[in-house]
Design a protein around this ligand. Sequence first.
Ligand code: ZN
Length: 207
Amino acid sequence: GKIGYLTFDDGPGEYTSKLLDILYKYNVKVTFFTVGSGHPDLLKAEADAGHSIGIHSATHDYATIYSSEDAYFADLRKQQETIENATGIHTTLVRFPGGSSNTVSKSYCSGIMTKLTQDLTDMGFQYFDWNVDSGDAGTSKTSEDVYNSVISGLIEGQDNIILMHDFGGAQKTADALQSIIDYCKEKGYTFKAITQSTTPVHHTISN
Ligand code: ZN
């Protein structure tokens, strides 16, 4: 089939309400991999709208979270609790900062991603990487870039897990979202939120 899973990392933030408005208008459900939150009201709004909420990190500070397994899980549990306090949802959906393939963790703790990915799974969590990158955290400088990166990355017949961001610089992402949804609907794609039973995309572990 033609399936797209839109995922938004690093929020909630100043563009979350705009994203929620667009998603409501199109009746599209997505997944938010959240960071911290001084905005429990936005976490609740995401959940109330039927979107999936996952754990990205409490701090998103690589030097802290990838210093040891204990440090990683302390941060993970903290974010899990923040989400539960705001929404009542005990989520087990996870996205690693930098993805499971990150190499930045190597400078803090050799081999940690190999251990964390195994332990997370053993503990009943599910982690999700991505196979379509909007580039909105890097190479995509404009909303047209974000749109083109997503459109050119989609592959029919695979579950397309699309990486986007919901943070301070995400104006271009919010601006591109409507066009991306329009394109995908016209091409016959269905959007789904990630759940515990979604088959994950996993990158190759590099540390
Ligand atoms: Zn992130």
